[in-house]
Design a protein around this ligand. Sequence first.
Ligand SMILES: Nc1ncnc2c1ncn2[C@@H]1O[C@H](COP(=O)(O)OP(=O)(O)O)[C@@H](O)[C@H]1O
Ligand SMILES: [Mg+2]
Length: 326
Amino acid sequence: MRWWVGPARLRSLGILGMNCRNLDFIGRYNPRRLYPLVDDKLKTKVLAEREGIPVPKLHFALREQFRVKRIGEMLRPLTGFAVKPAKGSGGRGILVIQGQENGVYVKTSGRRLDLEDIKRHISNILAGLYSLAGTPDVAIVEELIELDQRFAGFSHEGIPDIRVIVFRGYPVMAMLRLATHESDGKANLHQGAVGVGLDIATGRCLLAVQHSLPLKVHPDTGADFSRLKIPDWPEILTLAARCHAMTNLGYLGADIVLDRRRGPLVLELNARPGLAIQMASDHGLLSRLRQLENLRSRHATVAQRVEFAMASFGQGRGGRARSSED
Ligand SMILES: Nc1ncnc2c1ncn2[C@@H]1O[C@H](COP(=O)(O)OP(=O)(O)O)[C@@H](O)[C@H]1O
Ligand SMILES: [Mg+2]
């Protein structure tokens, strides 16, 4: 798909643009008062646990600077862990530690940090260095997600996540994001991760892109994307779809990870999910969203909505998208 095409061509491809997303979907379907639930990862976690939606376990949260000096003791019982700003986004301020020994903390890339580095990092989080408005924040220390071996070769030095766009409780488009050496253990596209569009019907790869350019193989491992098929696909779509009822957000992006031991978990939710998913899927969102808006009656259960989406939004193997008319 060419990205410099004019507005008329974009419309004919069914590409959802920023203004339309903001006005017709986020504005109409996401009441503002619900934002705090998803803009704060700690709040999302508490809510999810209450609703029985699996999430990475919280080890502890840190709110005050004076507690930072005791962090070494608090971390000692943990093998691996992730530190993140509760109000962060785009992978900024996330530190993924694989293991520790005698005060040395090892990142996913193999880089070693000492206790002072960790303290400085947490102190920066609390000061608001990574929070959206630069306001003071909370540091979350949560369990380390372990790579599901079925992804071996496809993600380098980090945990992949699966972004699912959910509209009115239906999963409409999905993309796998794979960490690369460049993205430093995080699966965020702006950090250099690879985005792989996934066929809603099957969980197979449609197209892979890095920095907006198509790729056939993973840049670090050479793994061939055409062989990629996501395990537990219906479960993943179901988990994403359940996040609609949990938050009441009509238009949301659910980030799901597959943990080796625990299976699919919700990593975070987003009330303003990005538009790049359309590039990785080689398909526009708009026709699917309009189709769902025009349904005479909404399916009653999560299972029925997932089944409808899998039957309606498939793009077939080989990745050529259908046009927006079919
Ligand atoms: N607990 C964790 N264990 C391992 N990797 C993690 C963990 N939490 C986050 N990551 C990595 O960091 C990326 C971004 O995390 P996320 O919680 O979605 O924050 P953001 O809002 O900044 O995108 C994830 O896609 C994943 O690759
Ligand atoms: Mg994320």
